[in-house]
Design a protein around this ligand. Structure first.
Ligand SMILES: [Fe+2]
Length: 223
């Protein structure tokens, strides 16, 4: 199956390795450069989990800005198909800049791409990254650390709440530089009378050892 077919079937699709080891390590080294970010979140303080992450400031680092544009361009036609399947009238522009103009006009002006850092015992509770009324239905996670060599535990988790049934969980191990696209909040599922939707949340299982950095590319901006 292609990544997009997997996205339809399971709510996520592996996109393969998008960053070389050198690029992944260069991006994660930005974590220590406070001028790159607009804010730092201590997850325990908000009871989001344990560990921390930082939101990039505009202008985004060039490599991340290019990835955000390229990935949006690949995903915007799929977003239109999802909205059609769910009989929603939401339209998504073909290009990221036009979509961001809509976000900014709607008061969502702050950048949302983020760098996350987990250390031993850190985790991220199941959640959805919604920052206002304007929501792009997909987001991308890119691993910046090497599993087993640099950390253990810390799988990306995706849980689908099925209507009138128990939830399905996916644990996703990512190699360094590997990207996965996940649904932001739900997935259209084909039933006997057309599509219905299942709610999906994501998180990270507790790190058993080491340190794990991840790049999160969210397409809608925040209020
Ligand atoms: Fe998230």
């Amino acid at each position: 199956m292609t990544p997009i077919e997997n996205l339809w079937q399971r709510g996520y699709g592996r996109l393969g390795k998008l960053l070389s080891r050198k690029e992944a390590e260069q991006i994660r080294s930005l974590y220590e450069d406070p001028g790159t970010f607009r804010s730092r979140i201590d997850m325990a303080r908000y009871r989001f989990g344990r560990g921390e992450y930082q939101y990039f400031a505009y202008p985004l680092p060039d490599r991340i800005d290019r990835l955000r544009h390229e990935l949006y361009g690949q995903l915007s036609p799929v977003a239109a198909e999802w909205m059609a399947a769910l009989s929603k009238e939401t339209c998504y522009p073909v290009e990221l800049d036009a979509f961001l103009d809509e976000c900014h006009d709607g008061g969502q002006e702050r950048p949302t791409p983020l760098l996350l850092r987990y250390r031993e015992g850190d985790f991220n509770c199941l959640h959805q990254d919604l920052y206002g009324d304007i929501v792009f239905p997909f987001q991308v996670v890119i691993a910046l650390s090497r599993p087993d060599e640099e950390y253990s535990g810390g799988e990306l988790l995706l849980v689908e709440q099925q209507p009138r049934a128990q939830s399905v969980g996916h644990a996703i191990r990512l190699e360094q530089g590997e990207a996965v696209v996940i649904t932001t909040r739900y997935r259209p599922v084909k039933g006997s009378r057309g599509y219905y939707r299942t709610n999906m949340r994501h998180g990270v299982s507790p790190l058993i050892s080491g340190e794990r950095h991840t790049l999160g590319i969210i397409f809608h901006d925040a209020t």
